[in-house]
Design a protein around this ligand. Structure first.
Ligand code: ATP
Ligand code: MG
Length: 570
């Protein structure tokens, strides 16, 4: 049972049509009208390299690069690497790969906040000289205690009124490593009584001896995000600094920093709602936990909402961009139905994926009246949605396999598949009739005996010969064995992070991965390349996994055929 108020899940009624406007574009339009940034539009995508990118980041990437493209502007890739202890080169590399794979290009504008460490330091010196920053000796706990609450003003630090000279001396000695980690901070001198807690003399620099992935041990003081970000934006000439809603309360500080430093054409921060998806967690910390504690097989596990996971699962850049376009940009948080993401993938793959026949759970069928040893090549269309995709040949012979679930010994009336005495069409082949079944000692059906009607070959005219069901099948002799990995939601709650749902890990779906190891494919799949996607007739879309070899084909189910989201839409 869903444990979340359905109204808070974003379904079709708030879906935007492609290329729709949004409030951010309205701001840009207005700025272009007033000439605010001399008609420039310059955005950036600023990931912190502490994890792999996920579908939420894709929304931000599409938004930032998309707006730049739409207004003939520029978008930078900037690594926000101000927090040395959590960042790694592996993440930088994966982020670059993922942004590129989505189809976006930062040209030569790849930057690191750490490139600006010296400039950031000099700007801090300027703030000290202008009596807008001071070195504070309070401990982290004392700073919290002095800060006050939403209803009570804070208390000024006893170090707030140090002389400029003392501050300069102490700040330089902080940089030179004369003090222990956490012993002192540099703080902005703003207002301890401000109704916005972020303006109560926020910390700008902390002492932290940890090696940085780019600057090594050159620094033992590191700037805080709220200080580094606006300055990095200004240095790069960013006009519209788009971020997620949780930074709304930080905007006055963003503006304060730029103003205090008197920077020209200060960029403006604009907040939008982050993407949340049902049956998914999106926090990088939690995703990292799932990887590090082996709940999944790495960042690119096809169950992960990471871009690398989606790619391995068979998602295309087109499907992801279409999804980001449809969900639109809003100012209030909501949860998007994951079925909508799947819907976008299905729409894209339906146009492009070649069709093949694969039996996931085989049941042996012998066509008793088909000559032994004979193999016939039948012509099969590759994609009914795309005539230019052409045809291929599939072998037909006396022994075949069909899907176990396509046979029932005692079927209900509306079962239009195979059962004793009934007829079905085998796709691209003949009409067959089930004559009798063979069972093992436990009474399990292990083999069907059928007859075929040679007059019913697919494509030939056959007046009056209609059957209700059409089944996919493979010829036993030529069949190619393969492993199929079927994925279900990683979590079994719509909102696994919901307070009432408890620890999100308790909501992991134990059945999120099912490996089918006795599957059989038509021989045309031999040598299928990693990353290529097919529609397995009547089953869904499947993508060849990188674990695959020429001898051992492994495919991931990208998405089943049935579109639950389209149903919701009605
Ligand atoms: P964490 O989960 O560690 O808090 P983060 O979400 O802040 O990480 P960043 O690497 O700082 O991750 O994000 C880079 C950019 O992507 C930021 O501008 C951020 O606002 C945006 N972003 C992150 N998550 C989402 C999301 N779910 N939806 C939309 N944008 C997002
Ligand atoms: Mg962040």
């Amino acid at each position: 049972m869903p444990d979340i108020d359905n109204d808070s899940i974003k379904r079709e009624w708030d879906v935007k049509s492609p290329s729709s406007s949004n409030f951010i574009k309205e701001i840009v339009n207005e700025d272009l009208k007033t000439g605010k940034y001399h008609n420039r539009v310059h955005t950036r995508f600023p990931p912190e390299p502490n994890g792999y990118l996920h579908i939420g980041h894709a929304k931000s990437i599409c938004l930032n690069f998309g707006i730049a493209a739409e207004y003939s502007g520029l978008c930078n890739l900037r690594f926000d690497d101000t927090n040395p202890s959590k960042e790694e080169v592996e993440y930088v590399d994966s982020i670059k790969e993922d942004v590129r794979w989505l189809g976006f290009d930062w040209d030569d504008r790849m930057y690191f906040a750490s490139d600006y460490f010296e400039q950031l330091f000099q700007y801090a010196v300027q703030l000290i000289k202008d009596e807008k920053a001071y070195v504070c000796d309070l401990s982290a706990q004392e700073i919290r205690d002095y800060r006050g609450t939403l209803t009570e003003p804070g208390k000024e630090s006893p170090y707030r009124n140090r002389s400029v000279d003392d501050n300069l001396d102490l700040f330089n000695r902080m940089r030179n490593g004369e003090f222990a980690d956490g012993a002192r901070t540099l703080r902005a001198k703003i207002d301890m009584a401000s109704s916005n807690l972020n303006l109560r003399d926020p910390v700008l620099y902390r002492i932290q001896r940890s090696a940085h992935h780019r600057t090594g041990n050159e620094w033992c003081i590191y700037p805080m995000y709220d200080y580094a970000h606006p300055i990095s934006d200004a240095i790069e000439g960013i006009t519209h600094s788009i971020c997620t809603l949780e930074f709304e309360n930080h905007r006055p500080l963003y503006d304060w920093v730029l103003q205090a430093l008197n920077l020209v054409d200060p960029p403006q921060q604009i907040e939008f709602a982050r993407l949340n998806l049902t049956y998914t967690v999106m926090s990088k910390r939690k995703l990292r936990e799932l990887v590090e504690e082996d709940y999944v097989n790495g960042w690119d596990d096809p169950r992960m909402p990471t871009i690398s996971g989606l790619r391995r699962r068979g998602y295309t850049p087109a499907a992801i961009k279409d999804f980001c376009e449809r969900i639109g940009v809003a100012k209030s948080n909501s949860i998007v139905d994951i079925a909508m993401l799947e819907h976008c993938l299905r729409e894209d793959l339906n146009r492009h994926a070649p069709r093949v026949m694969v039996v996931l759970r085989p049941l042996r069928v012998v066509i008793d009246n088909y000559p032994e040893g004979q193999v016939e090549m039948l012509s099969a269309e590759n994609n009914p949605e795309d005539a230019s995709a052409g045809t291929r040949e599939v072998p037909f012979s006396r022994v075949l396999y069909i899907e176990q679930e396509d046979f029932m010994e005692n079927p209900p009336k509306k079962f239009f598949r195979l059962s004793p005495g009934r007829e079905v069409r085998l796709k691209h082949a003949y009409i067959v009739k089930c004559e009798r079944v063979e069972k093992d000692e436990n009474g399990q059906v292990v083999e069907l005996h059928c007859t075929y009607d040679p007059e019913t070959k697919s494509g030939m005219s056959q007046a009056g010969r209609k059957v209700k069901g059409t089944l996919h099948w493979v010829s036993a002799e030529e069949a190619l064995p393969l492993e199929v990995r079927v994925y279900n939601h990683l979590f079994n709650k719509e909102n696994p992070e919901d307070e009432e749902s408890g620890d999100y890990k308790a909501n992991l779906n134990p059945y999120s991965l099912e490996k089918l190891t006795s599957c059989l494919a038509e021989p045309s799949l031999k040598g299928a390349k990693s990353g290529s996607t097919y529609q397995f007739l009547r089953q869904g879309y499947f993508t060849v996994d990188p674990d695959s070899t020429f001898e051992n084909l492994v495919v991931n189910r990208s998405v089943p055929l049935k579109d639950t989201w389209a149903k919701v839409k009605k």
